[in-house]
Write a protein that binds this ligand. Structure first.
Ligand SMILES: *[C@@H]1O[C@H](CO)[C@@H](O)[C@H](O)[C@H]1NC(C)=O
Ligand SMILES: *[C@@H]1O[C@H](CO)[C@@H](O)[C@H](O)[C@H]1NC(C)=O
Ligand SMILES: *[C@@H]1O[C@H](CO)[C@@H](O)[C@H](O)[C@H]1NC(C)=O
Ligand SMILES: *[C@@H]1O[C@H](CO)[C@@H](O)[C@H](O)[C@H]1NC(C)=O
Ligand SMILES: *[C@@H]1O[C@H](CO)[C@@H](O)[C@H](O)[C@H]1NC(C)=O
Ligand SMILES: *[C@@H]1O[C@H](CO)[C@@H](O)[C@H](O)[C@H]1NC(C)=O
Ligand SMILES: *[C@@H]1O[C@H](CO)[C@@H](O)[C@H](O)[C@H]1NC(C)=O
Ligand SMILES: CC(=O)N[C@H]1CO[C@H](CO)[C@@H](O)[C@@H]1O
Length: 237
């Protein structure tokens, strides 16, 4: 008799808890627009206390041109964006390969004009092969090497994925007027998505830099690979 009483009490408690839990869960169930994937995030000062974020890959022509890529994201009510951790990078990589979207994919992050100025003037240690991890000042990877559109993503993770020195693509043309005209690759792209070792261990891919001008800007030096996709991010509904 007593046992049955406790069983009933227990069942009522479970029902009560379910009643509490379900509506709260669905009310907080975040949603992303079509072709965006939802990611739960840990809110911190570095990601503007973002609890969730939607990332989507969009496929258009000439997205090596940074302003075209930026415009595509704005069209989708989003901004240029980046993955915040290995899991986000893995999902993005899988989504791209399922949709036959090939790298490079335009990511948020543009070389800061102040670092470019320092590189061009030769003020950076080790010149073009400078080490952005140990370089002091403006061209340090943790400082102001890149400027981002997206204020809702912690950029610490993606900053560690730049596979080369940010100064390694500097070119210059000596014109008749004696001026040395300099330029460099300055816009971040995902060059390799995450992949698995043969033993199944997940390995993060890496980023690189490409010219921010794209292939239709009339540049004589066309990019080796055309960028046809961009990663955009926005807050959930
Ligand atoms: C931080 O996120 C909130 C929305 O949660 C947004 O209103 C605000 O503009 C963001 N902060 C900045 C600096 O943009
Ligand atoms: C959305 O994704 C589908 C495939 O899942 C694709 O066919 C469609 O072109 C995508 N739309 C945009 C705007 O990228
Ligand atoms: C962007 O937001 C506006 C205003 O809410 C809406 O009318 C429009 O359909 C959205 N664009 C896309 C591509 O979802
Ligand atoms: C991707 O490419 C493969 C092989 O070319 C094809 O079988 C598949 O249908 C394509 N998938 C999409 C989503 O276009
Ligand atoms: C760059 O500097 C870091 C920190 O001093 C060091 O660990 C790393 O090996 C250096 N990288 C190269 C390519 O020299
Ligand atoms: C798998 O292979 C990679 C590269 O050889 C190695 O770094 C990693 O420790 C291996 N993982 C396991 C679980 O054996
Ligand atoms: C990139 O696009 C331009 C213009 O559409 C084209 O001429 C060029 O061949 C493309 N390059 C590659 C490597 O596909
Ligand atoms: C419209 C457009 O740019 N489509 C591109 C989508 O991505 C594939 C693979 O990267 C390209 O081949 C298409 O040209």
């Amino acid at each position: 008799m007593l046992k049955a009483f406790y069983e009933v009490q227990y069942k009522m408690l479970v029902l009560f808890l379910l009643f509490l839990a379900v509506p709260e869960f669905s009310a907080k169930d975040p949603r992303c627009p079509g072709n965006f994937t939802y990611f739960k995030r840990t809110p911190t000062a570095k990601n503007n206390f973002t609890k969730g974020w939607c990332l989507g890959i969009f496929n258009e022509t000439d997205l090596g041109n940074r302003d075209r890529a930026r415009s595509v994201c704005i069209y989708y009510n989003a901004s240029l964006s980046i993955p915040e951790n290995s899991h986000e990078l893995e999902v993005i990589s899988k989504t791209a390969s399922l949709r036959n979207i090939s790298v490079p994919i335009a990511l948020d992050g543009q070389l800061s004009p102040r670092c470019k100025f320092a590189i061009y003037k030769g003020q950076v240690k080790g010149a073009k092969r400078f080490n952005q991890t140990s370089e002091e000042g403006i061209c340090n990877i943790k400082y102001e090497l890149f400027i981002y559109d997206d204020i809702n993503t912690d950029t610490s993770f993606i900053r560690t994925k730049l596979g080369v020195s940010a100064g390694s693509n500097v070119r210059s043309v000596q014109a008749d007027d004696d001026i040395e005209y300099r330029s460099t690759a300055d816009c971040t792209v995902l060059e390799k998505g995450s992949y698995h070792y043969s033993n199944g261990t997940l390995k993060d891919g890496h980023t690189n830099l490409m010219d921010c001008m794209g292939q239709l800007a009339g540049s004589k030096r066309l990019p080796e690979k055309n960028v046809t996709a961009v990663l955009c991010g926005r807050l959930p509904f």
